[in-house]
Design a binder for this molecule. Structure first.
Ligand code: ADP
Ligand code: MG
Length: 664
């Protein structure tokens, strides 16, 4: 048989087969449809139901086209299309089996081999291409998935980096540990806070810092509430920091605890400020109380010493009465000294101020101290030659320095280990600019130029519990009879009265440093001091009206002035004064007016008198409880003023000066 004959034979066979297929088209379409429908479940995600209906048509069409043309492109394109549309391969294999059985059943025995051969080729190309396309699709899906995963991963990595950076640069300390307190991470701020720069914080250092009891509480609380907070104080070498700790559990995705995070906030400076603030409020209240008592007490003492002084003038010096009176006067003076100490503390003690050189006061004080200090204590001074002046009260600053030095001496003599320690007192002075940030660390400080007076000792030092009460009046750790507990309260009152502030640094066995900051005067103010001290009463002539509610003070003033040659008139209060003065103003040369009186106060009385006669001469008697701002305002318009309690010679000098001064 020639090739052409063979080909012709095949053509005849395929034509027959195509005919058979076409004859049975309805049956075949239904059969294939049944198969497609039986697989609908597994194909439901990828094929649209409408497309499913076309499958049978397409299968028959393509098979017929292949049988007639025998082009390999036909099954190959169809296979690819089927893969792309997403039909599962077992639906196709079922269709093939169905068609194969149909062809066997409906082809003559002589042609069956040829037909099946052709069908086998068709099916092979179809399925190879289907697989090929399917594999390509899978690869591209995989690539897409890989890309999606990697971009998600990158995003997460970026997020982690940001979080990591935030933790690393946080100002608060952060520690991460596992549930057994094995430390897994500590950020740089924590290392800095705990002063262990560079070294790792281990489980045991952490537990010793927080305290075993606190760690036990932490466990219980974390279990119960999931959070824990506590304030601790951490000390190392010279450092003492107050820390606010909070801890929380770290959980995994299934919210099982896997670790603990502890954050540390440094609250040292805010705690210090809070303590200072509490302290200053307490001092304020105590000051008011002490001031009130001292005021009344001072009036009594002024009367006692005033009358004693008058009696001293009457008795001959060699008499027993004179000596007794002198004792009374001296006792009253000592009493005044004591109330003065209390009043220093109340800030109201506004004695005269002058430009002062603190260095000079230090030198004078040292001279005095040397005599009372035991020889084993070395005294050293470091005085700034260019020290600025302050506006201050010399005897008050003197007293401040004395009180501090005496305390320092006691603390050094009292050292438990005084044999081995070097005992040294160092007093230094220097100019100091306080900026806003530093000023904010002290309750009563404002920014500005200060003169700093620093007193350091190598004495026994103090724990914080003592420092806390240091400035309270009557606070002492010394044996009864040895300490009064007034020394530092006086220091406090005086420094506050000078608008200054105090910094204390002390640690047990390591000595104490007091730094006193006093506002510096503008450069160019000169320091001149002239203290005249006369003991004789100054005499004169004229009529004086005394306005004073306190009978004892009233009569004491009257007797003194009469002794000095004046005529004296007395009224008991402001109302009487106005009445009296409006009737007798021609007779009166001078009015002595107490600023603190019930009913009509000194201020109102002052202005009413001025209204009657604007040239009237008035001397103001001020007390500790007189509001300083109020006094300032009137003082300028008065002929003079004197502060209670006063020495009689001072009183008569001021009266004399007022009387001889010309009317303004
Ligand atoms: P007093 O000296 O009468 O006890 P202070 O007010 O002067 O009263 O001092 C109060 C307390 O402060 C003292 O009892 C002492 O405990 C403590 N103190 C003061 N200065 C020092 C110092 N330099 N070193 C150690 N402790 C001091
Ligand atoms: Mg003292």
């Amino acid at each position: 048989m020639s090739f052409n004959n063979i080909q012709g034979n095949i053509n005849k066979i395929t034509l027959n087969t195509i005919g058979t297929i076409k004859d049975n088209q309805g049956r075949l379409l239904a059969g294939i449809n049944d198969i497609v429908l039986s697989h609908v479940f597994e194909n439901r995600y990828t094929l649209h139901p409408r497309k499913l209906k076309n499958i049978a048509d397409e299968e028959l069409e393509n098979l017929i086209a292949f049988l007639s043309k025998q082009e390999e492109d036909i099954p190959s394109e169809l296979g690819k299309a089927r893969a792309i549309s997403g039909i599962k391969d077992n639906s196709l294999l079922d269709i093939f089996e169905y068609l194969y059985n149909f062809l066997i059943d409906n082809t003559e025995d002589s042609s069956v081999k040829t037909v099946l051969n052709l069908f086998y080729r068709y099916e092979k190309i179809y399925i190879i291409n289907y697989n090929y396309a399917e594999e390509k699709k899978l690869l591209s899906d995989q690539e897409q998935l890989r890309q999606a995963l990697s971009s998600a991963f990158n995003r997460q990595k970026q997020e982690l980096l940001v979080k990591n950076h935030a933790i690393e640069t946080s100002l608060n300390g952060i520690l991460i540990a596992d549930l057994d307190w094995n430390i897994r991470y500590t950020n740089p701020a924590l290392l800095k806070m705990l002063g262990e720069n560079g070294t790792l914080i281990t489980k045991s250092t952490f537990i010793s810092i927080v305290g075993e009891q606190a760690i036990r509480n932490l466990r219980i609380q974390l279990k119960e509430t999931g959070a824990w907070q506590e304030e601790i104080n951490y000390r190392q070498n010279t450092k003492s920091v107050d820390l606010f700790l909070s801890a929380s559990l770290i959980r995994d995705n299934d919210s099982r605890p896997i670790g603990i995070m502890v954050s540390f906030v440094d609250i040292t400076s805010s705690k210090k400020l809070e303590a200072q603030f509490r302290q200053s409020q307490k001092m304020e209240a105590l000051g008011k109380l002490a001031g009130g008592i001292a005021h009344d007490f001072n009036n009594i003492l002024a009367a006692i010493s005033g009358y004693a002084e008058l009696q001293l003038l009457d008795f001959p010096e060699e008499s027993q009465q004179y000596r007794d009176m002198l004792q009374i006067k001296q006792a009253a003076e000592r009493g005044k000294g004591l109330t003065n100490q209390l009043l220093f503390f109340t800030r109201r003690a506004s004695k005269e101020r002058k430009p002062l050189n603190v260095n000079k006061i230090v030198k004078e004080t040292i001279q005095l101290l040397k005599r009372t200090f035991p020889p084993e204590i070395k005294i050293r001074t470091v005085l700034d030659k260019g020290l600025r002046l302050i506006n201050g009260n010399q005897s008050q600053i003197n007293q401040v320095l004395m009180n501090l030095c005496v305390n320092a001496r006691d603390a050094m003599i009292d050292r438990d280990d005084n044999r081995s320690a070097i005992l040294a007192l160092e007093i230094s002075t220097y100019n100091s600019s306080i900026d806003k940030v530093t000023a904010a660390q002290y309750v009563n400080a404002s920014a500005g130029e200060y003169v700093c007076l620093k007193v350091s000792d190598t004495g026994r030092g103090m724990p914080p519990e003592i420092v806390e009460h240091l400035f309270e009046p009557f606070f002492t750790t010394k044996a009864a009879g040895k300490g009064t507990g007034l020394g530092l309260s006086v220091v406090y009152g005086i420094i506050r009265g000078h608008n200054g502030f105090i910094d204390v640094n002390s640690r047990p066995n390591e000595g104490t440093t007091f730094s006193l900051y006093l506002p510096a005067l503008q450069p160019g103010t000169s320091a001149e001091l002239n203290d005249k001290n006369e003991d004789t009463l100054v005499t004169g002539k004229g009529t004086i009206l005394i306005v004073e509610d306190e009978p004892q003070v009233r009569y004491m003033e009257a007797r003194t002035l009469e002794k000095c040659g004046y005529s004296v008139l007395i009224v008991k209060n402001g109302r009487e004064a106005i009445e009296f003065y409006s009737n007798k103003q021609e007779e009166i040369d001078l009015v002595i007016l107490d600023m603190v009186m019930p009913e009509m106060g000194g201020r109102e009385c002052f202005y009413r008198l001025k209204k009657i006669n604007r040239d009237i001469k008035i001397i103001l008697i001020t007390g500790y409880t007189t509001d300083p701002s109020l006094t300032m305002e009137i003082k300028e318009k008065a002929a003079g003023s004197i502060e209670k309690p006063f020495r009689l010679h001072e009183f008569t000098r001021i009266v004399h000066e007022a009387l001889i001064s010309p009317v303004l």
